[in-house]
Design a protein around this ligand. Structure first.
Ligand SMILES: *[C@@H]1O[C@H](CO)[C@@H](O)[C@H](O)[C@H]1NC(C)=O
Length: 379
């Protein structure tokens, strides 16, 4: 049943793209398409809303420690993960950020009031780790919190923005994930910009990833503050959590674009809570939504199937398409919404892009993969 509208939509898209291409020199002089056609692909806000630090022209790719390791991290794990990103070839596919999440720091600031790496788990310090990662052509990410404490009750950076940003820059950090725990009830719109300014004034280019869990609709204001903003609560490793989050994130599609992205949280692919087909759906939907592709599994020990999903170059190409349009869910069918059709691209540029890079065909491939999703065999 769901396949009829799917085929219809696909044909319409192909037809429209073909027409647009044929008349493209004229098309610019014509009236703009009706708003129902235009809005899903509106790129008129690009550049106006985004943070001007030159980063995030496409969604960030890499790895983060939290989804698999939680608090059980140490410098050996981080180094071995960097090694694995290189040896598996994942770094060459774009996975460049090695991001340390919560629990890297000591429980208290030192006598000078500075953040300090936990001496038991990170005895060599963050600077040494950054040097190690940089030598491999990778980038190092760190974590702090726009509150009094981090979620695991390490010192937070609220009212320490300048000192902490200077320290991160001194260490050679390239990325900051900034969480929302113990926020003293102060609005995120007040707590997040000071860290943007502090990072900027270090002079070091640092990716700024907002993590206020979508509580104050950050898509509406965070474009000028960060390079990405979480739109939802934390993901868990289940089909229900993943699809719920995807639906919540879908709503903000028109606010994403080069420089700033909606972040529906990190990938769970390879962590064991979903089936192979479900993980394929997870990865495809994240790619289509122009979500950050931050792997959350133990890349040192990933299975061949996990690697196959995460290294799918066609899907990665959709995510990293420089046009930067977030795909929208336009049709849903089947039990548990398991047939989904996501649409992306700009009608006017769809075919031009595809001629250059073959992307139209690739979009088609992804759509077919999605439409064949069979979670729990219930479709
Ligand atoms: C700081 O902000 C200015 C103004 O937006 C921008 O031009 C500059 O590139 C930023 N610098 C860094 C290091 O992010």
């Amino acid at each position: 049943m769901a396949s009829i509208p799917l085929i219809l939509l696909l044909s319409l898209y192909a037809l429209y793209a073909a027409m647009a291409a044929r008349i493209s020199p004229l098309f610019l002089d014509l009236e703009r398409p009706a708003s129902w056609l235009r809005t899903p692909f509106d790129t008129s806000n690009y550049g106006k809303l985004q943070l001007n630090n030159g980063l995030a022209l496409t969604p960030q790719m890499g790895w983060n420690s939290w989804n698999f390791f939680g608090c059980n991290i140490n410098e050996k794990v981080i180094k071995e993960t960097a090694d694995a990103l290189i040896s598996t070839g994942l770094a060459d596919l774009g996975y460049k950020y090695v991001n340390i999440d919560d629990c890297w720091s000591s429980l208290t600031r030192n006598t000078k009031g500075e953040l300090e790496p936990d001496p038991k788990t990170f005895p060599s310090g963050i600077k040494a780790l950054a040097d190690y990662v940089h030598e491999k052509g990778l980038k190092l990410g760190i974590y702090s919190d726009a509150g009094a404490f981090t979620c695991q009750v390490r010192p937070g950076s609220l009212y320490h923005e300048n000192d902490d940003a200077q320290l991160f820059a001194l260490w050679g950090v390239d990325y900051l994930k900034y969480d929302n725990c113990f926020n003293l009830g102060i609005k995120p719109e007040e707590r997040y910009p000071p860290m943007r300014d502090a990072l900027n004034s270090t002079g070091r280019t640092i990716f700024y990833s907002l993590c206020e869990w979508g509580v104050d609709d950050p898509a509406l204001w965070a474009g000028k503050v960060g390079n990405s903003w979480r739109t939802t609560d934390d993901i868990t490793d289940s089909w229900e959590s993943m699809t719920t989050i995807a639906d919540l994130n879908d709503k903000w599609a028109s606010y994403a674009g080069p420089g700033g992205w909606n972040d529906p949280d990190m990938l769970e692919v390879g962590n064991g809570g979903m089936t192979y087909m479900e993980y394929r759906g997870h990865f495809s939907i994240w790619a289509l939504m122009k979500a950050p592709l931050l792997m959350g599994c133990d890349v040192r020990k990933m299975t061949a199937k996990t690697f196959e999903i995460l290294s799918n170059e066609e899907v990665i190409a959709v995510n990293q398409d420089p046009l930067g349009v977030q795909g929208r869910k336009v049709s849903v069918g089947g039990n548990n919404d398991c047939s989904q059709f996501h649409m992306l691209g700009n009608f006017r540029f769809g075919l031009v892009l595809s001629l250059k890079t073959g992307l139209l065909l690739l979009y088609g491939t992804v759509v077919l993969k999605l439409s064949r999703l069979q979670p729990n065999g219930k479709c």
